[in-house]
Design a protein around this ligand. Structure first.
Ligand SMILES: [Zn+2]
Length: 311
């Protein structure tokens, strides 16, 4: 794997859960140094540092985003401020990001943060981009995010899959939380990956891996289980988004976390549009149950003063 990465001038900065991985490409020929995905805003100083170190003093010319979730583009603004680099986003996200339209961007709905950045180019599905020494295909990756793209390098069989394929587990299928169809699209993206037959996958979270067949099988099993019981997918999403919030906030009074779950727009929409709950009191009762389970399962610790922390 390392020889292939060296040939492509690529290094993977594997990050913790709040930030996505960053894939750094050294400058090569006429193509300047670039990075795919930039982590969460809270880690932006660390991202800046890690990217600078990976580039060993050369200038970052471009940032490319697989999709505009806060954990994938949260470092864009800081990198742009440091290097005045150009930013490329999926074509489907172009209008939202150009106008910084909060109704279309996901940050407000999930109560996550992202500093505003400027986008310069749209990544069209079916086109090719030069990253480092090689050309990479821009491939649609709907499901987790209908606007997401992946990057595929044919000659070396390397796929930057973002959140469309992880080694284990399956990312939240966001459209399903608000009454849309996402499971079918996610299955389609897995089929596309199988047809591309990558030998190495660099996921958005976790280490790069080569056992693609078992990752696909694992994702398909989870997807099928979620399709058969969408309430399990909603419960998984609530827990994952709550843990993301807790990783960001570190310590939150229990009552504040319950209120956060009862008022954050994505949960309000999910309750109203999918479950049919309109009243805040009902949402609070449900939120209290979600928090109680996270404490019972040992993911959150509750102090005697009623403060919650990630274990
Ligand atoms: Zn994502």
């Amino acid at each position: 794997m390392q020889e292939v990465f060296a040939a492509l001038g690529l290094s993977v900065l594997e990050r913790g859960w709040l930030s996505s991985n960053n894939v750094v490409f050294q400058a090569s020929g006429g193509s300047g140094a670039c990075v795919v995905d930039t982590g969460y805003v809270q880690h932006a100083p660390q991202t800046l540092d890690l990217v600078a170190r990976a580039l060993g003093g050369s200038r970052l010319e471009r940032v490319l985003n697989t999709h505009l979730h806060s954990d994938h583009c949260g470092g864009n603004a800081a990198l742009q401020a440091a290097w005045q680099c150009e930013v490329s986003v999926p074509e489907a996200s172009w209008d939202a990001v150009r106008g910084w339209d909060q109704r279309l961007l996901s940050f407000e709905a999930t109560d996550q943060r992202c500093d505003r950045f400027e986008a310069h180019r749209a990544l069209a599905v079916g086109s090719t981009v030069q990253l480092g020494a090689a050309h990479w295909d821009v491939v649609a990756a709907p499901g987790h995010d209908p606007e997401a793209v992946m990057f595929f390098q044919r000659d070396h069989g390397v796929l930057i899959s973002a959140d469309a394929l992880w080694e284990e587990r399956l990312a939240i299928i966001f459209p399903e939380l608000v009454g849309g169809d996402g499971f079918g699209a996610a299955r389609g993206a897995l089929d596309v990956i199988e047809r591309l037959a990558p030998r190495i996958v660099v996921p958005g979270h976790g280490r790069p891996f080569t056992d693609v067949a078992s990752a696909l099988a694992c994702s398909r099993r989870r997807l099928q289980a979620f399709e058969q019981a969408p309430e399990r997918h909603r419960a998984y999403a609530e827990r994952a988004l709550t843990m993301f919030h807790m990783l960001e906030q570190r310590t939150v009074p229990r009552a504040a976390l319950v209120a956060w779950l009862a008022t954050t727009p994505i949960f309000v929409r999910m309750a109203r549009d999918v479950v049919g709950i309109e009243r805040r009191a009902e949402r609070e009762a449900h939120a209290d149950d979600v928090v109680a389970r996270l404490v019972r399962d040992g993911l959150l610790l509750q102090s005697s003063a009623g403060d919650l922390q990630v274990r």
